[in-house]
Design a protein. Structure first.
Length: 486
């Protein structure tokens, strides 16, 4: 569960960033007074890309996490309440006292999110089922212009619906209120929706809106999508046809001004509110005077997508190639940070100085001393921070210690599967005890691992080859541990 929540936190953070940037771009397009057609294309691309862009930004999110770890942001003492994220997106806390409360709060928030999304998706599928029922009870009518429509008795707005079998739905009540010419305009409007695959894109929008319910930018973009979809169809319908522009505008106003509530309710559907009707009419008047600037829209979107895809991973590679540098404060200040609540040994102070210079052996040793309270007060969060610095250059023992931290839940959520990943990494880098622990993962089926005696035996053999006599040493330690139990 902890791994799922950690991945969700990283993904949702990226969604907020990406949706915020896309919302800013859309706002810019509105300010530039570009045609609704181009703005609608931008929004369609946005809702297609929204699930993909966060994975491109994942490398940038990891850089942020590493920066938070190496800068010592928040409380560095074991009694603090700051939260850190490791390079795999796992949430860390600086104290066991606060950590359980934080863990349960995150689990509660995640469950609320899952329930909200489930409710929203059920509502979408129920609406789809309702429309399907309306189709079944409708009467097929072929118009003189060649279009086929379904006539129904429900107080709904005219609509283009269906992904695999798209059709146009027209309420029977509307037929008695409009002329054949006006009906033809309405049907042409819906036919444009079908031609542009709007039912498909609208379904994607609705699903994305429910899944990304936590982002206010997505909700705003969703509302803008719905409006731009109608505005852009209006533009296409009356393009270079002055007479139809006036007729269609008058039709919209007449429908929404009806005293008959069964007709007026349609203003909440396709026609929406009276204020939006006025906006649609104004948009039709000015559409011929506004530039489409399709190249600008495509350039903005593609440029943003490509730059994110290239620049962020490139920064990640450059960051990984850097040598370790001092955390940013003087050695004296760092010593004071660790020694403010108790005495520190001279060995710890000397090792810390070397660790700050980039010595990975010293970095691992500082982690060990903080981890096991050797010459300094115990601090799991700071120990993990130093282990993570050491494993940037593949320090095998540091990876093994990180595995122990996750296995025992020392300052982090207890996560046997994550621990085994670190043990395997440690073993692959040549650490004998990492190999022994990897063997134990397969032997005892830790976390998501399944029992695999063959792989377990292979790891034991590798450990014995790397450090002859380690199996006997392990058996002695295990025997002592069993004897010490009451």
């Amino acid at each position: 569960m902890s791994a799922v929540i950690s991945c969700f936190l990283g993904w949702s953070g990226n969604i907020l960033i990406v949706s915020g940037i896309l919302a800013a771009f859309y706002f810019l397009l509105r300010k530039l007074n570009i045609k609704s057609e181009s703005r609608y294309v931008f929004l369609k691309l946005s809702f297609i890309a929204l699930p993909l862009l966060p994975f491109i930004f994942l490398e940038g999110f990891k850089l942020f996490q590493r920066s938070a770890l190496t800068s010592g942001a928040g409380s560095s003492q074991s009694g603090g309440s700051a939260i850190f994220l490791n390079s795999n997106g796992m949430a860390l806390a600086t104290s066991n006292q606060d950590f359980k409360l934080l863990g349960w709060a995150l689990v509660a928030l995640f469950l609320i999110y899952v329930l909200s999304v489930t409710r929203g998706l059920i509502r979408i599928f129920y609406s789809a089922w309702t429309i399907k029922s309306i189709k079944r009870s409708s009467i097929i009518k072929h118009l003189e212009n060649g279009h086929r429509v379904l006539i129904h008795n429900y107080p709904l707005a005219p609509a283009a619906t269906g992904i695999f079998n798209p059709v146009i739905l027209i309420p029977k009540k509307l037929l008695a209120e409009v002329s054949d010419k006006e009906l033809n305009l309405i049907v042409q409007h819906e036919a444009i929706h079908l031609k542009r695959l709007d039912p498909l894109f609208n379904a994607l929008r609705l699903i994305a809106k429910e899944i990304l319910i936590f982002s206010p930018f997505v909700h705003w973009l969703s509302q803008a999508f719905e409006e731009e979809m109608e505005l852009s169809v209006d533009e296409a319908l009356i393009q270079n046809r002055e007479l139809e522009r006036k007729s269609y505008g008058a039709l919209l106003l007449r429908i929404c001004s009806q005293e008959d509530q069964s007709l007026a309710v349609m203003c909440n559907g396709l026609f929406k509110s009276s204020s939006f009707i006025k906006r649609r009419i104004e948009n039709m008047k000015n559409s011929s005077q506004r530039p489409a600037r399709r190249k600008l829209v495509a350039g903005l979107f593609i440029g943003f997508f490509v730059s994110a895809a290239i620049t962020v991973p490139a920064i990640g590679l450059a960051e990984k190639s850097k040598v370790n540098v001092p955390i940013g404060s003087s050695n004296q200040a760092d010593v004071a940070k660790y020694c403010s609540e108790g005495a520190c040994s001279k060995e710890f102070k000397d090792t810390l100085v070397e660790a700050e210079k980039g010595n990975i052996e010293a970095q691992n040793k500082v982690g060990v001393m903080l981890h096991f309270a050797e010459g300094v007060k115990q601090n799991y969060a700071e120990a993990l921070k130093w282990y993570l610095r050491a494993i940037e250059k593949h320090h095998a023992e540091a990876a093994n210690h990180i595995g122990r931290i996750y296995l025992n839940g020392e300052g982090v959520l207890k996560n046997a599967a994550e621990a085994c990943k670190w043990y395997i990494k440690s073993g692959d880098w040549g650490h004998a005890w990492g190999m022994m622990n990897a063997a134990s993962c397969y032997k005892n089926a830790h976390g998501s691992f399944v029992t695999d005696e063959t792989k377990s035996a292979e790891w034991y053999q590798r450990a014995e080859k790397a450090q002859p006599g380690i199996l006997k040493e392990y058996e002695k330690k295990l025997a002592l541990k069993l004897r010490s139990k009451p």
